[in-house]
Design a binder for this molecule. Structure first.
Ligand SMILES: [Cu+2]
Length: 465
């Protein structure tokens, strides 16, 4: 290829300029399309707004709508955030202007710019929520001034980032990781002890469902839905042949039931209202009783209104007996000793939604618990996915031997460094770290573990001494 001559350059530049001009035209056309779609008024998401467009903050909770101002200038947008724990939306009554359904923590824009001046009513259109109090009168007027403090967040990560901004983000990332392990209030997964044992040996347990304050990450306290005041719920650990009675008290606002996920129970104990029982209304109690007949790694959670209660914290681990370990066997060239004494058996409950959000055992990094082991220790970890997404769980420094799937011991255990766990699944893995150090242990969907301000969510570390 000949070296470029001064004569070539204008040519190359003019082609570039022409391409850039075309791209600019395409972007402008796209902007027009986006704006015109939004002008239809049927969508509250991802809008382009002119610089002078006024944004008014709106917050949804149980069961109230809170606005920065109820007198709103013509042409404004509402920036709507679900600060509650249930699903909500926001609509202008008598119009088709409505946001999508928002899960806890989600935000959408509601475009009011097509509405002429006048009086309107905002409501949450989720069944029953308007009647419960989610209704608010507003006035749109020519004379209203913009409320101070535009709350629209900006987070540009393009080529315009300054060195100062990059350094600031680097510092935040390092600080977030150096904050591990952080102390927070509350621990989940504590073993559930019987409140009494009947003469015939029946173990009687109490499970009380209710709303609690839960510190999910340092300083971030959410209104969780929980059994016995903890997230995850207490760990139920029985032996094959045990008969257990569970007395459920429902102090949550909605009706509920308990499904024993993966545990073999008679149909009338399956916990699915209205098929196998009546729904347990708020304030009521209900009793389950069954005998566990086989070894299992299971879970328990609400079935009715599960899309609200489970992501918000009503989930727990239920083990029966011990998982059969492949002792004395050779697995892909690795000899497992004849005797394996576990230094640790750890349920790791995965979640990604509701007020708990991306978390391991009810905590978001750096509040997740480190896994402390000594060189050569054996540990058994049960992944239990109570979330709405799959999570590929990746452990640095040692392979994971998958010994059971959904509580069933595998005829052919296998080694992985990343175990993908879909909603409802359980995987039991054996680890035997040999190299000391701090080894991170995290979901490998990177947005489940990092945001611009640093590491969070589904991360912990195995600390081998
Ligand atoms: Cu994930």
């Amino acid at each position: 290829m000949p070296p470029s001559t001064p004569d070539d350059r204008p040519n190359a530049f003019s082609i570039f300029a022409a391409l850039a001009g075309l791209a600019g035209f395409a972007l402008a056309a796209l902007a027009v399309i986006v704006v015109s779609v939004n002008d239809g008024g049927d969508s509250g998401v991802a809008v382009q707004s002119s610089p002078e467009m006024v944004h008014v903050g709106a917050s949804l909770t149980e069961f109230a709508i809170t606005l920065d101002a109820t007198e709103i200038p013509v042409g404004a947008m509402l920036e709507v955030t679900n600060d509650g724990s249930a699903v909500h939306n926001l609509a202008v009554k008598g119009t088709d202007i409505i946001t999508p359904d928002l899960n806890a923590g989600e935000t959408a824009m509601l475009d009011l710019s097509n509405l002429p001046a006048g009086d309107y009513t905002l409501v949450c259109a989720v069944a029953g929520h308007e009647g419960a109090g989610m209704t608010l009168a507003i006035t749109i007027s020519e004379s209203a001034s913009a409320p101070s403090g535009d709350a629209v967040a900006s987070g540009a990560h393009d080529g315009t980032m300054t060195k100062e901004e990059a350094d600031r983000l680097d510092d935040l990332m390092m600080a977030s990781m150096n904050a591990f392990p952080a102390e927070t209030e509350g621990v989940g997964n504590e073993k559930l002890e019987p409140v009494s044992i009947e003469a015939d040996g029946t173990k009687v347990f109490e499970l009380t469902a209710g709303l609690i304050d839960w510190e999910v990450e340092p300083g971030k306290v959410v209104e969780a839905w929980a059994y016995n005041g903890q997230v995850p719920a207490p760990w139920i650990d029985l032996e094959v042949g045990d008969t257990a009675r569970f007395i459920l008290t429902n102090n949550t606002p909605l009706g509920t039931d308990i499904h024993w996920h993966g545990i073999t129970v008679p149909n009338d104990q399956d916990g699915v209202a209205p098929y196998t029982q009546e729904i347990v209304k708020s304030g009521e109690t209900y009793t389950y009783e069954f005998t566990v007949v086989e070894e299992m790694v299971g879970m328990y959670h609400a079935h009715a209104h599960s899309q609200v209660s489970v992501p918000n914290g009503m989930f727990g681990t239920f083990t029966v007996g011990d998982v059969d370990l492949p002792v004395g066997r050779n697995i892909s060239g690795v000899q497992i000793p004849d005797r394996v004494d576990l230094a640790l058996e750890l349920p790791m409950v995965l979640n990604d939604a509701g007020v708990i959000g991306y978390s391991l055992n009810g905590k978001s990094f750096p509040a997740t618990s480190p896994i402390s082991l000594e060189q050569g220790d054996w540990a058994l970890i049960h992944y239990l996915n109570e979330g709405l997404q799959s999570h590929p769980m990746h452990l640095h420094g040692t392979r994971q031997l998958v010994v059971a799937k959904d509580g069933v011991p595998l005829d052919s255990p296998y080694w992985l460094d990343t175990v993908n766990v879909a909603p409802g699944e359980r995987y039991s893995v054996l680890i035997n770290p040999q190299d000391p150090g701090v080894w991170v242990f995290h979901c490998h969907i990177l947005t489940h573990v990092e945001r611009a301000e640093g590491m969070f969510g589904m991360v912990t570390a195995m600390i081998v001494s």
